[in-house]
Every structure is written in structure tokens, then in C-alpha cells.
Write a protein that binds this ligand. Structure first.
Ligand code: 5RP
Length: 233
């Protein structure tokens, strides 16, 4: 296992201290939260806890099913106790860029339906200002060119169709993803999220503002839990 992979594993497992018997859990998507999902399956089998999970993507559904975690769909379990998910970036206000794995729309629905959200991340995800990581935006696959042109008037850098025109990446909702190069300039993610959401054809934006309550961050010096002051945890 590489150094970064070890950090992901440490963070993914450590975040499961927020999991307790009887919870309904949002199960995020990505290579870090994968370790949380494996740990939750272990807690069910070895510690005897009973939980249900709501997956945020088909990839997570397949993994959780394979691990025999009892699952519900989001419409069956509207009140979730906790969502654990990864992030591509988090800033000092615990605002996030997500969607590197293309699952941002369901991830946001599930996180918003949860009483709290914990992000699992290694230290490379911590930034002072969001935007170095290209902001993913899910868009209607028919309208993507018009949307791309509109977003280009908002975004100072390139707006790129993920996968390219020949073989676009298709989300679980049959949408496309535009990766938008803002650079580390997103100091007001709430207003940017609102502005982009108003463009017709946008399905959702990979900015998660005021949703995350804690980050379990693994670094070479250990695992730290950063709890948002005034948050829900
Ligand atoms: C998927 C996501 C992921 O949570 C995010 O990309 C982080 O993934 P990883 O833990 O693999 O770095 O938002 O849409």
C-alpha cells in the first residue's frame, strides 16, 4: 500500500467512531470512504451493530451489497443519521468541492438528508481557498454545449467535458460532467453555487456549502478530527 493509500485507510476507518448501533447511514463514494464502508461491514459482522446504508452511487451500492450491508434507497430512508463521504477539497469553513468520482448529485441529496456529515480525507485535500481542484458540475447530456458556453462566462479558466466529446463520462443519472478550472479563487462558494445552479441545464454543482460537520483527516503525523465550530457534531 502506498503512503497516500495508507492515509486514506486510516481516515476511512477512524471516521467510523461516529457510527453507532441503529443508525441509518449515507454511504459516500470514492477511494477513501471505501475504507469506511469496509469497516462498517466489519462492525456489523464482528461487533453486532445493526445499521442500514443508503448508497450515493452504483459503485458504492455494488460494494456495500457485496459486503452484505443492509441497504435502502434514498426515498425509503429520508431521515439519515450520518453520512460519511470523501471530498476533493475542504476549506477552513468546512465547505467542500466534491464530484471527482462523478457522484456529486446523489452525494448532495444524501448528505442533505442526513442529520450530520463527516468527511474522510488525507491532508492533500485541505486548502485555504477552494478551486485548485477543477469544480465538477453535472449537466443535462442534451444541453451540455449550451451549459458549457454559459459556465464559461462565469469560470475564468477552462470548462472541459469529462471524458471528451468522443466518449463522455456518463453519471449514474445519465448526465455529463463539466470540470471547471476556477483556480483557488472560490472564496464565496455559496454565491457561486447559486449562480451556477441558475444556469438551465445544470443538474447540480460540486460545491457543498454548510453541509459538512467534521473532517477526519489523516496526515503523516496521525489522524485528526476537525470538528466545525457550531456544527451538528
Ligand atoms: C465522488 C467524490 C469523492 O468523494 C471525491 O472525489 C473524493 O474521492 P477520493 O476519496 O477517491 O479521493 O466526490 O463524487
Amino acid at each position: 500500500m502506498t503512503g497516500v493509500e495508507q492515509l486514506k485507510e486510516q481516515s476511512g476507518i477512524a471516521a467510523c467512531r461516529f457510527v453507532s448501533d441503529g443508525m441509518a447511514l449515507g454511504l459516500g463514494t470514492g477511494s477513501t470512504v471505501r475504507y469506511s464502508i469496509i469497516e462498517i461491514a466489519r462492525m456489523i459482522k464482528e461487533d453486532g451493530i445493526e445499521v442500514v446504508g443508503v448508497p450515493t452511487s452504483e459503485d458504492t451500492r455494488v460494494l456495500a451489497e457485496h459486503l452484505e450491508i443492509p441497504l435502502r434507497t434514498i426515498d425509503e430512508a429520508i431521515d439519515l443519521d450520518l453520512t460519511i463521504d470523501g471530498a476533493d477539497e475542504f476549506d477552513p469553513n468546512f465547505d467542500l468541492i466534491k464530484g471527482g468520482g462523478g457522484a456529486l448529485t446523489r452525494e448532495k441529496v444524501v448528505a442533505k438528508a442526513s442529520k450530520s456529515m463527516v468527511v474522510v480525507a488525507d491532508e492533500t485535500k485541505q486548502v485555504s481557498t477552494l478551486g485548485e481542484f477543477d469544480l465538477p458540475i453535472e449537466v443535462d447530456s442534451i444541453l451540455w454545449e449550451e451549459v458549457s458556453a454559459e459556465i464559461s462566462s462565469i469560470c475564468p479558466g477552462d470548462v472541459t467535458l469529462r471524458g471528451g466529446v468522443g466518449e463522455p463520462y456518463i453519471t449514474d443519472n445519465q448526465g455529463f460532467i463539466l470540470d471547471c478550472s476556477f483556480g483557488p479563487t472560490i472564496s464565496n462558494p455559496k454565491s457561486l453555487e447559486r449562480e451556477i445552479s441558475e444556469v438551465s441545464g445544470v443538474v447540480d454543482v460540486g460545491l457543498f456549502v454548510g453541509i459538512c460537520d467534521a473532517v477526519v483527516m489523516a496526515s503523516r503525523s496521525g489522524v485528526e478530527t476537525l470538528v466545525k465550530p457550531g456544527g451538528r457534531l
